[in-house]
Design a protein around this ligand. Structure first.
Ligand SMILES: [Fe+2]
Ligand SMILES: [Fe+2]
Ligand SMILES: [Fe+2]
Ligand SMILES: [Fe+2]
Length: 376
């Protein structure tokens, strides 16, 4: 598909193209590091897409589904982009790397909270949020990101070469929509599409970029399995060479997996929370019920012939990783971090009594991602 076709498929018409270019050029956001520029342009695109949806909805019914989808995309892509930058800071020491990474963390936390509020019905704040997002991103690129680009350039670090190696190591994925918007805005074609179909490395990327490790092995193992389901479904719904019956099988397997996850994981997590007197248990359980509801809803939509149901489920599950696991389950880690040995002992009892079932593929995935810690 030519660039114009990809842009059209993304709903980027001539007027939107002009606004994107103008925003980029007017604010002088180019760092001249192609992969980073591409990711920044994609962030700008997502924010402006959010703005477009919000303006178009003015006066009409609030397009909650569209807006929460874009916010979810923005949140997961921001996390992905930040981890690309933070990997770079680790590869070549950067003064102020900790402060820079803290600003990333705060942004993700802030945006995630706003996304939950919008989902819960607070629609009037979206406009204010959009101008905040534009300001934050512009300031952050011009100040913090420009700082590392200048620092590395002055220190003789070749960032083009570094990103080439990251691409070869499958540490980066770039989809064709991102390439198309990058070409349009930067008028350069230095970056091409990079598809990574390796499920484990995709799982690892999501795991690391969203800081999902709670250091409670059984919970981590089950969370990783959910990410595995998300990645599998995501790759299937994007694959160009997969037949519809193969895709259907994957959707069914993922729905079944999600139902099983709800059954096994929530009961294990809730048992642990009960045992160790986790405050906020009831509210947490309510969120688990919300998960069961959206999985059932997507399965029903799919049965009724909604062809978008699989894509919507991927989005729901991604939102879940960021809003529930990264924030709510993280509170379990904070509550239990000084009792990890006791938790481990309790978990062993649950496994021995058959209350928790562990499956080989889950254990293998856990060991691959968490570095062969033989604790489960
Ligand atoms: Fe940054
Ligand atoms: Fe950045
Ligand atoms: Fe939970
Ligand atoms: Fe959980």
């Amino acid at each position: 598909m030519a660039n114009s076709g990809v842009l059209e498929a993304l709903g980027i018409g001539p007027e939107f193209q002009e606004s994107l270019k103008t925003f980029w050029v007017k604010n002088n956001l180019k760092l001249d590091v192609p992969v980073i520029d591409l990711q920044h342009i994609w962030l700008v695109y997502l924010i402006m897409e959010l703005e477009k949806e919000n303006i178009e909805a003015d006066g009409a019914e609030f397009p909650l589904e569209r807006i929460t989808k874009i916010m979810g995309d923005l949140l997961s892509f921001a996390a992905e982009h930040f981890s690309v930058e933070e990997d770079l800071f680790l590869a070549f020491e950067l003064p102020d790397a900790i402060e820079h990474s803290d600003r990333h963390r705060n942004f993700v936390q802030f945006l995630s909270q706003r996304a939950s509020e919008v989902k819960a019905g607070q629609h009037e704040s979206v406009k204010v949020l959009i101008s905040f997002l534009k300001d934050w991103l512009t300031m952050h690129i011009l100040k913090d990101d420009k700082h590392y680009a200048d620092f590395y350039r002055d220190s003789g670090v070749n960032l083009r070469q570094y990103f080439q190696r990251q691409i070869e190591k499958h540490a980066l994925t770039i989809d064709r929509g991102q390439v198309a918007v990058y070409k349009l805005v930067s008028e350069s074609d230095e970056v091409r599409e990079i598809v990574n179909e390796n499920i484990t490395s995709n799982v690892m990327k999501i795991w690391n970029s969203n800081h999902l490790n709670l250091h409670i092995p059984i919970i981590d193992l089950q969370h990783l399995w959910l990410i595995h389901l998300v990645v599998e479904l995501d790759l299937a719904s994007r694959s160009r060479n997969m037949g519809s019956s193969a895709r259907e099988k994957i959707f069914q397997r993922v729905v079944q997996g999600a139902v099983q996850y709800a059954h096994e994981h929530f009961s294990a997590e809730e048992r642990i929370m009960q045992k160790f007197a986790f405050p906020g248990l009831q509210a947490h359980i309510k969120q688990h019920d919300g998960f069961r509801e959206f999985v059932a809803r997507r399965a029903q939509q799919y049965r009724q012939g909604d062809t978008q149901a699989a894509i919507k489920l991927v989005q729901d599950l991604r939102d879940w990783l960021l809003s529930h696991i990264a924030i709510e389950d993280h509170k379990i880690h904070l509550h239990l971090r000084t009792h990890l040995n006791e938790v481990q002992k309790f978990v062993r009892e649950l496994v021995n009594s058959g209350e928790i079932t562990l499956r080989k593929p889950q254990i293998d995935l856990y060991n691959q991602v968490c570095g062969l810690q033989r604790t489960v």
